[in-house]
Design a binder for this molecule. Sequence first.
Ligand SMILES: [Zn+2]
Length: 219
Amino acid sequence: MEFSEQPALNAGTIKQMEAARDITGLLGVLDPAVAVIYRRNASKALAAIAPADAVPGLVGRLALEPDRGVRQNLIKALGRLGDDRALEGLVNALKDRDLLVCQEAALALSRFNSPASYEALLAALQRKDSRESWQVRRFAAQAIGKLGDRRAVPALIVSLRDENDLVPPAAAEALGELGDRQAIAALKTARHNTPHRRGAECATCQAIDAALKRLEAKS
Ligand SMILES: [Zn+2]
């Protein structure tokens, strides 16, 4: 059945599909031939329901979807599900041309306790392929802190000296979150030796101080 042949589609029908948990119907709305406003509504409904049996369908749609907002919603749904079958699609989404999609993918991957997730986020933390890559490095640092894998500590310590001054605060926060006291010395060095922004407003120093406070409170 071609979905685009159904003339009755509107916001109300999508609401009904959501209420009825009509996953097949909602996935059908995600046909690229359907108007983007409906695809957004349907993907939002799918993110709210997060239906476990829809993982392959969601992954398939994510790969084909041209709209950023829809891709974000699909990633949200997959992140909530935490099903390993979504990993490859999410790792690809971490390389999306749209930075907001990358951010959503990093957040979703932080919920997967798996080697593929860790490796993808670690690679993103070191990404330098464009002028905007620092944003991906920043998202990756935040996600790695949430992921909780302490093998990331050395890479995060390197990120304390990132050339973009919005990355080090995220790296410091992640180090505080990971809770590995071996990062204390490196944080102190970064606090003293890096040419941070002057004055009390230095976000890096504030984040380092907060991280040190967390780590030093651990015995
Ligand atoms: Zn500073």
